[in-house]
Design a protein around this ligand. Structure first.
Ligand SMILES: Nc1nc2c(ncn2[C@@H]2O[C@H](COP(=O)(O)OP(=O)(O)OP(=O)(O)O)[C@@H](O)[C@H]2O)c(=O)[nH]1
Ligand SMILES: [Mg+2]
Length: 372
């Protein structure tokens, strides 16, 4: 085979990646990804809310769901309406997802549009045989009824999606410190966005340690509930620190980290990061998650973060007491008072003015540590 033939082969064998943002939160997250430029995949933003789509959303394709049913006004928190709305666009959805073999479905669960539409998109993904990964947030503890809806949605998605990566907004607040709600939501957007972008970039672009589609499939296929952890470190033991943080502070309360079925590790470091360090990170993770059946990792160099490494760990096949119903919801008091009252207001404000957080704020919040 000539080099040209080989290059042509690489091009055609590249997975076709589609990222779909659903509902207000989902579209905010995919807009974050679009602004950061997703080189290896296309982005579809789908919502029943015409105003949000036309003013707040950036994507390759914009899809107004359920025009007849919702008349461009959203679903008012009713997931059944979101499902009916998406069904109205079924032909368009099938066309939009044609040839996709890696599908990310992104939504903030608890409202009407995202929660209701996500199973419809997941069903199409399944029909196509695409590796379908839902990336969802569950609402704050204070949004009691919405949390219940989110739990139901996750349980039903378990039948259609390969993996459901879940971030608990309440947990995020707990680990990100006392950020104002608007900033906490922006951090959630950046986290989910970075997860999708990191994976897409690593399997579609050349990187220091390549992850390919088959690797990803091995870990995420029928992976069930998955949790993400993030860590960052500097100095001589930067990899050790970053890995320990990522594994000790998952953004969803899970029963036992060590029982995870699969682990996906993504490491980003400056140009001074060595392969040796990357290998050490892999070994450390194997030690901490001894029962795991599959570990895959990818690494990328980012000249902007010289001297530091950033680790994102995805643990698949975990059990979460909230989703399985083993624990009753805690009463809201642990949520600071200042969050309770302006919650709805702040969210609306967030949607209106989704300005980018300063870089330092995000990285500070993303450095989670249990150490005092
Ligand atoms: N991460 C993140 N979560 C958000 C954001 N806005 C809202 N949420 C969360 O997502 C849940 C669903 O909200 P939306 O996405 O606005 O709801 P929707 O899917 O558009 O549904 P309807 O507006 O009822 O049609 C809320 O209960 C919040 O917990 C956001 O910008 N980012
Ligand atoms: Mg909405």
């Amino acid at each position: 085979m000539t080099k040209e033939e080989l290059l042509a082969k690489v091009k055609t064998s590249r997975p076709s990646v589609t990222v779909v943002g659903l509902g207000g939160a989902g579209c905010n997250i995919t807009t974050w990804i679009a602004d950061k430029k997703l080189t290896g995949g296309k982005i579809i933003a789908a919502n029943t809310d015409a105003a949000h789509l036309s003013t707040m959303t950036r994507a390759d394709t914009i899809m107004l769901l359920g025009e007849k049913l919702c008349k461009g006004h959203g679903c008012g928190g009713f997931p059944e309406r979101g499902t009916e709305a998406a069904k109205e666009n079924l032909a368009e959805i099938k066309e939009g997802l044609r040839d996709t073999n890696l599908l990310f479905l992104v939504a903030g669960l608890g409202g009407g549009s995202g929660t209701g539409a996500i199973p419809v998109f997941a069903g199409v993904g399944r029909e196509l045989g695409a590796l379908t990964i839902a990336c969802v947030t569950i609402p704050f503890t204070i949004e009691m009824a919405r949390r219940e809806k989110a739990r139901e949605a996750i349980r039903s998605l378990a039948g259609t999606c390969d993996s459901i990566v879940v971030i608990d907004n309440s947990k995020l607040r707990e680990v990100a410190g006392n950020l104002p709600l608007k900033d906490a939501l922006a951090v959630a957007n950046a986290l989910v966005g970075a997860f999708v972008k990191n994976i897409t970039d690593t399997i579609t672009q050349p990187s220091l340690v390549n992850l390919d589609y088959a690797d990803l499939r091995a870990v995420m296929e029928r992976g069930g509930i998955s949790s993400i952890g993030i860590g960052e470190g500097d100095g001589a033991t930067r990899v050790e620190k970053a890995v320990a943080q990522a594994l000790s502070t998952p953004l969803l309360d899970i029963t036992d980290v060590s029982t995870a079925y699969g682990v996906l590790i993504h490491i980003v470091g400056g140009e001074d990061m060595t392969l040796e360090e990357v290998a050490v990170a892999g070994e450390q993770i194997m030690d901490k998650v001894p029962n795991t059946k599959r570990v895959i990792w990818g690494a990328k160099v980012d000249p902007d973060i010289a001297g530091r490494v950033r680790v994102m760990a995805v643990l698949t096949g975990v059990t979460c007491p909230f989703i399985s119903g083993e624990v009753k919801q805690k009463e809201p008091p642990q949520i600071p008072k200042e969050v309770v009252k302006p919650l709805r207001e702040a969210m609306e404000h967030m949607v209106r003015a989704q300005e980018e957080l300063p870089r330092e704020t995000i990285s500070k919040a993303a450095v989670f540590s249990k150490e005092k």
